[in-house]
Write a protein that binds this ligand. Structure first.
Ligand SMILES: Nc1ncnc2c1ncn2[C@@H]1O[C@H](COP(=O)(O)OP(=O)(O)OP(=O)(O)O)[C@@H](O)[C@H]1O
Length: 308
């Protein structure tokens, strides 16, 4: 088992009773996983105690658990079990499953070729829907390191860190008000050619190691600076170059849904004209969207559980 490095024990985890529907869904999902020769079965549960372990007893394939609450006492032994804590209560369970897929893909656990069978449901203990997805569709553009030679490539850890920040900004807002944000990551030399500073750059003059998004202590600063109009420009290794930057790419050649405003159009356009990835937080809807090559490649919607 990976993630928390929890050591095995061949007995079912004691926990709350599991709804019969959940047990049947998991059994059906196992059959589907085997008949499709899918590369993994993913269960999106609140806690590991909500997993119907007995139904999984004969399943020998790769099992991905996407949990939303960390379980300290979990000690289940199982080969090829990987747990991802996606503790973003503001996201729906299916969006948490999507994020879990992305984490699994960025850890090298999923290939692009084969399907993954995902079991999700409404919040709570019930699992009531199964879908089959190919990581390729979601993630090739996000995790690809095969960018143009010489471009400043986005490290998966940096992308995941900024995505987490964006989800937190969407959920928390600032001073009890929703706020938006725009992060442009990678290919920064080209991005800077299409930009101008709206205000004095608050990151100017700081040592590189003090302004890397991978440093958790930078999170609050980033959230505070998200209040400034404009975008963050971030290098592929996580170094923040600027905030409050106005981007001036030509209009997007990619596909952006109608009705989106300037922030999202700009994100699409900069990702079309450079090798950068753009991540937006919509102030009006709380949706977090990832753009690459001019198009939206991932969209995570805020659920109703926020302060406004
Ligand atoms: N070209 C740009 N470069 C950088 N930031 C921009 C640009 N255009 C817009 N923004 C930022 O996006 C903010 C919101 O703009 P707007 O409401 O038109 O976008 P939107 O796509 O509808 O976003 P939201 O869903 O957050 O309202 C602006 O106040 C500004 O901070």
């Amino acid at each position: 088992m990976t993630q928390a490095g929890i050591q095995p024990e061949n007995r079912p985890v004691r926990g709350p009773s599991i709804p019969r529907l959940t047990v049947n869904m998991v059994k059906t999902a196992i059959q589907l996983t085997e008949s499709l020769a899918a590369q993994a079965l993913l269960l999106a549960v609140e806690r590991v105690e909500n997993v119907p372990w007995e139904a999984l007893a004969n399943y020998k394939g790769r099992l991905l658990l996407v949990t939303s609450q960390h379980s300290e006492e979990f000690d289940h032994k199982r080969e090829d079990l990987h747990i991802f804590d996606v503790a973003h209560a503001s996201l729906s369970r299916s969006d948490r499953a999507n994020l879990g897929l992305l984490l699994a893909a960025s850890s090298g656990l999923l290939t692009e070729k084969n399907s993954v069978v995902c079991v999700t449901g409404p919040d709570g203990r019930r699992l009531d829907s199964i879908n089959v997805t190919k990581p390729e569709v979601h993630f090739r553009a996000m995790l690809s390191e095969k960018n143009r030679r010489g471009a400043d490539v986005v490290r998966p850890a940096v992308m995941l860190r900024v995505l987490t920040l964006a989800i937190e900004i969407a959920a928390e807002g600032r001073e009890a008000h929703p706020i938006g944000a725009l992060f442009v990551i990678g290919d920064s030399r080209q991005v800077l050619r299409h930009s101008q500073q709206l205000v004095l750059n608050p990151f100017h003059g700081y040592a590189r190691q003090l302004r890397n998004v991978l440093d958790p202590s930078l999170a609050e600063t980033m959230k505070e600076f998200a209040l400034i109009d404009g975008a963050f420009i971030i290098q592929g290794d996580g170094t923040v170059l600027s905030a409050g930057t106005y981007l001036t790419p030509k209009s997007a050649s990619g596909s952006v849904a109608h009705g989106l405003g300037a922030r999202h159009q700009t994100a699409a356009a900069i990702s079309a004209h450079t090798q950068a990835m753009a991540i937006t937080v919509s102030q009006s809807t709380g949706t977090v969207t990832v753009f690459r090559n001019g198009s939206s490649v991932l969209s995570l919607e805020r659920s109703g559980r926020t302060k406004w």
